[in-house]
Structures are given as C-alpha cells and as structure tokens.
Design a protein around this ligand. Structure first.
Ligand SMILES: C[S@@+](CC[C@H](N)C(=O)[O-])C[C@H]1O[C@@H](n2cnc3c(N)ncnc32)[C@H](O)[C@@H]1O
Length: 411
C-alpha cells in the first residue's frame, strides 16, 4: 500500500502542474523505485486512453478516485500482476484512503467492469488519434495543419518508449573499439548513422567506460551538431554555447574540435551539471551564469566563430522521455516560447563574428519554433544566410530535434 500511496501522491502533484523529473528526484533510491517509475510513467504515458476508458466506465465520475482508477486500469491493462490482486489491493488502498465505504465499492465496480469488457473497450481507442497515440488534441491538430506530410510519422514516433542513445568520446576511444566493449559486455546495440542506440536502457554503472569518460548517455537525435559542421567544412575555434546545460552539445563539440568554449546558462544549478560532465570526460570550458536574451560575451575581445543556441522550447520532440509535457503544455505556451527564442537569437547574433556561424537548435517538432523561426532569422538578422536545415523526426531510435546552421556573411 505504501507504493500506491507514493504513486498517487506523485501523480496528483504532476496533474496539478509540477515537473515530473523534479518530483521523481525526491524518490531516488527508494526500495521499490523501478515499480514506482513503471506505474507513474505508465499512467502519464497512457493518460488520454485512461481518461477515455474511465469516462466510458462510469456514468458519474468521482474526481477523488480518478488517480486510483488510472493506476488500476493501467495495471490491469499492462502489468503481469494477477488481476484479482490488482483489484483487491486497490480496493483495500481506497478503504484506507477514504472513510466512506461506498467509494471503495465504486472503485471495485469500475475495475471489475474494465476486466470484463477489456477487449472491446481497448478496440475503441483506435478510433481517435488522441486515445490511440496518447497525445493532446491541440497538439495533433496543430501538427496536422503545419506539417501535413510528416504529422502521422511524428505522432507515431512519439508513442514509443524512449530510446537509449549513447555518445562515444572520440578523444578517449574509437567507435569501433567501444563497440567491441559492448559486445564483450553482452550489451545489444544498433548503429544508426554512426551513432549507438542500446536495445535496452542500461544503468550507467554497467555501461563500459562510463566513469572513465569514454561514453555519455545522449539521445542520438541530439548528436547531429558535429555531422552538420563536418559536412559544411566548419571547424570552430571560439565557441559560445549560450544555453548550455546540462552540456550534451558542448561536450560533444569539445570531444571533436580543438577549440575554446564558453558555456553559458541562466540556471546556476544546471550549470553545475555541465561542470560534472566536463570533469568526467576530462574536457575543459569556461562556465558563466548568464541570460542569453540580453547579455553579450566575447572571448579575449574576439567574437565567436560558432554560437550554439539550443534554446528553451516546448520540448515536444522529447515527449517519450518527458511524458508530463503532454499534460502540462498548452497551445498558448507556444507563442511565448517563440517570442523568447527570437529574443535569444537576436541578441546572440551580435556575438557571431563575420563569416562565423549560428547553430539554432530545438527539441520541438512544431514549425512555429523551427522552420518559422528560420524564416524570421533570414528576414531579420542582418547578413544571415541559411546553410543547412535539418529536422530529425522522432522515431523508435531517437527524439525529435531541429537544427539550422546560419552563416553571417561579411557584408
Ligand atoms: C534545451 S536546454 C539546453 C540543452 C543543452 N544544450 C545540452 O545539449 O545539453 C535549454 C537550456 O537553456 C537554459 N536557458 C533558458 N533560458 C535561458 C536564457 N535566457 N539564457 C541562457 N540560458 C537559458 C535552460 O536553463 C536550459 O538549460
């Protein structure tokens, strides 16, 4: 019962707007953490289907027990715990949580009805994309209007479990030699565009060479900075990473180029994570807390030949990893992100040297934050030329990310 109490508490916090990762941090290391995560993430991932099922099962829904019913239906649907035990345990838990015995009878009746009519109820979920792919309607509608050719591939790509990408530190070990280490450790992998995805999530303690800085955990969709720079013959010397935490892109750049890098982030505590990653990988950079919407930086009085703007965004490309986004993000948030993104890139443009580059990156799948911002850049930033635009669609192997490389020509 203690586990159900914790799951209910976490879900209620997330449903009232708290950030899932921050809430989960408080439960790190507890006895039954894997099962706690399985239930919490599972319920949030299947939220839209669960809401539909409860609406179908109860004529007079009772908000007080909604979370208990979410947990119960999710377990009856997916877990290997025997059905009778799921129902008994949740009815007991309801009795402990509410004095009124009618509430426990209500939970009992709903869970038993689901058990009885499970097959036909589940088949109804396919009639609607929101319940089939477990995404909010505003998001599906927006994608359908702005990206008709890709929208089905995006919504289905967001419905998998998150992939486990890793990035090999070229300064420490060659890709081919690291692959041999995986084989020796019996860790299954796939190579996609020269990037490694493990077949299953792996604890970092078990990842060969992690503590020696040979490898980092990073979604492969987030590993395209170096591919783009290489194919456009850009080899940076002075780099500003203006929204740098936790440092995935900054570390990848330092692993591949001999350059000076200034890592800025507005969040002091997140910048500490950049430092931790640099130390583990035996890399170095200058770190500064700062605001990319209005501050200017230079490196020994020089402008930067590469400025990375991996801007705050809707993070809709990472919904598999951060499923609470589909509950908390609203249509009206998108315009605010776009405004902030334009403020940041406008400010950062003056940090780019003549003939230097701005790399604009989001982990969003929405045109407003991606292609539309590139159109805005071309129209508003003096002497800007688009060199390459790359939309990585979410898939079984990766999150969805967007990249644009823009050159400041010497006008
Ligand atoms: C998408 S994350 C960056 C991920 C990072 N580049 C990486 O590869 O690991 C966006 C970051 O922007 C930071 N941020 C948000 N607003 C900012 C601002 N006005 N100035 C600087 N950093 C900001 C956030 O704290 C967050 O760490």
């Amino acid at each position: 019962m203690k586990l159900y109490k914790q799951v209910k508490e976490i879900l209620e916090l997330v449903y009232s707007g708290s950030n899932l990762n921050l809430v989960m941090d408080q439960y790190k290391g507890i006895e039954d953490e894997p099962r706690l995560k399985y239930l919490v993430y599972g319920v949030i991932r299947y939220n839209f289907a669960l809401e539909y099922l409860i609406r179908k099962l109860s004529k007079h829904p009772n908000d007080k027990v909604q979370t208990i019913l979410f947990i119960g239906i999710f377990e009856l649907w997916f877990s290997n715990k025997p059905n009778y035990a799921v129902v008994n345990d949740l009815v007991e838990f309801t009795k402990e949580s509410f004095e009124n015995p009618k509430i426990a009878s209500f939970v009992n009746a709903i869970l038993r009805s689901f058990q009885r009519d499970k097959e036909s109820l589940l088949s109804e979920l396919n009639k609607d994309y929101s319940t089939k792919f477990n995404l909010p309607n505003w998001f599906i509608d927006k994608l359908k209007i702005s990206d008709k050719p890709n929208y089905l591939s995006i919504i289905s790509g967001l419905s998998y479990h998150p992939a486990f990408g890793i990035r090999v530190n070229q300064r420490k070990i060659k890709l081919v030699d690291y692959v041999s280490k995986l084989v020796n450790a019996n860790i299954e992998y796939e190579l996609i565009n020269n990037k490694l995805v493990l077949s299953e999530a792996c604890a970092i303690e078990k990842l060969p060479g992690f503590f020696d800085g040979e490898v980092s955990v990073q979604d492969i969709g987030a590993q395209y900075v170096v591919d783009i720079l290489t194919r456009n013959n850009v080899s940076p010397k002075f780099v500003l990473d203006a929204c740098s935490a936790p440092g995935g892109k900054a570390c990848q750049i330092l692993e591949n180029y001999d350059c000076d890098l200034l890592a800025v982030d507005i969040a002091h505590e997140r910048l500490a994570k950049v430092k931790q990653n640099l130390d583990r990988l035996n890399l170095s950079a200058q770190l500064i807390v700062g605001d990319a919407t209005n501050q200017k930086w230079n490196k020994d009085h020089q402008m930067f030949d590469l400025v990375i703007a991996d801007v705050p965004c809707s993070a809709t490309g990472t919904i598999k990893r951060n499923p609470d986004i589909k509950l908390t993000r609203k249509l009206s948030d998108i315009d605010n992100f776009v405004m902030q993104q334009r403020e940041i890139i406008n400010n950062l443009w003056s940090n780019v040297s003549n003939d230097g580059y701005l790399m604009y990156i989001t982990c969003s799948v929405l045109h407003d934050e991606n292609q539309d911002n590139v159109t805005w850049i071309k129209a508003n930033l003096a002497n800007s030329i688009l060199i390459e635009e790359l939309q990585i669609l979410p898939s079984l192997h990766n999150d969805g990310l967007f990249y644009a490389l823009i050159k400041k020509h010497n006008g």
